[in-house]
Design a protein around this ligand. Structure first.
Ligand code: DER
Length: 233
């Protein structure tokens, strides 16, 4: 109950503070906190929302926008040179530097594209998500979207980089085999020792078992077969 109330309060506050009435293009992330973001936006009423277009980050996000009766548009149709005014999304973990682990909902690739297409990215996270360094609260690992045929090679490389027991995310009941993302790919969850803040003072290049967020992100994205990683930094 406390968690749901916290998510809802955070979402309504974020919309109040960051969705300005003059905005016309709004990104909508994925997950359960974003459900409250859309609820808060819809509560503004058509007088405000009818002037806005809403851009999804996957099938769940699309459904939320449509179910709320909001105008559904797509980032693929955004005119060249234009940006979204703001994008709202959740996170799995947030460190003191506002680095994020995202991808708990397996929507990280489109989420990162939409976030990067917005002038302002608003992350809505309840008290559970705050942690001194990434990997201390969210222990399931960094979500990494991969081409299925490369998954074994990526797992090998993650082991070599010091990930503790990286694994392909299994499907939920009703889906035999691996989770398949909205993009037709798989997710590998790769736990690493707690990541230092991106301004980490130690040489966080993995040799001493710890990484700075930016050093790890740079290393992960280079692994052949990796499409995108669930580190926003
Ligand atoms: O997959 C994601 O990155 C989502 O934003 C997700 O991690 C947040 O989920 P929650 O709002 O249900 O905690």
């Amino acid at each position: 109950k406390l968690v749901e109330t916290s998510k809802r309060l955070a979402a309504y506050q974020a919309v109040k503070d960051y969705l300005l009435p003059e905005y016309t293009r709004v990104g909508i992330g994925s997950g359960s906190t974003v459900v409250y973001v859309v609820e808060a936006i819809a509560a503004l009423g058509p007088a405000v929302t009818s002037k806005m277009a809403f851009y999804p980050t996957g099938s769940q996000s699309e459904e939320l926008i449509e179910a709320a009766g909001l105008d559904l548009q797509y980032i693929s149709k955004l005119p060249a040179g234009r940006q979204l005014d703001v994008a709202f999304d959740g996170a799995d973990e947030v460190d003191d530097d506002l680095n994020l682990i995202k991808g708990g909902g397996a929507c990280l690739w489109q989420e990162k594209i939409v976030a990067a297409s917005a002038k302002q990215f608003v992350c809505v996270a309840d008290f559970r998500k705050l942690s001194p360094s990434l990997g201390t609260a969210w222990k399931k690992g960094i979500p990494i979207e991969v081409l299925p045929m490369a998954a074994p090679r990526v797992l090998d490389e993650l082991q070599r980089m010091g990930s503790q027991n990286p694994r392909i995310r299994p499907g939920l009941p009703g889906k035999a085999g691996a989770i398949v993302t909205d993009n037709g790919l798989w997710i590998i969850d790769a736990p690493f020792a707690p990541l230092l803040l991106s301004k980490g003072t130690e040489p966080g290049d993995g040799n001493n078992g710890v990484w700075t967020v930016d050093a790890l992100a740079d290393a992960l994205i280079k692994i052949p077969g990796v499409a995108e990683i669930g580190l926003f930094y």
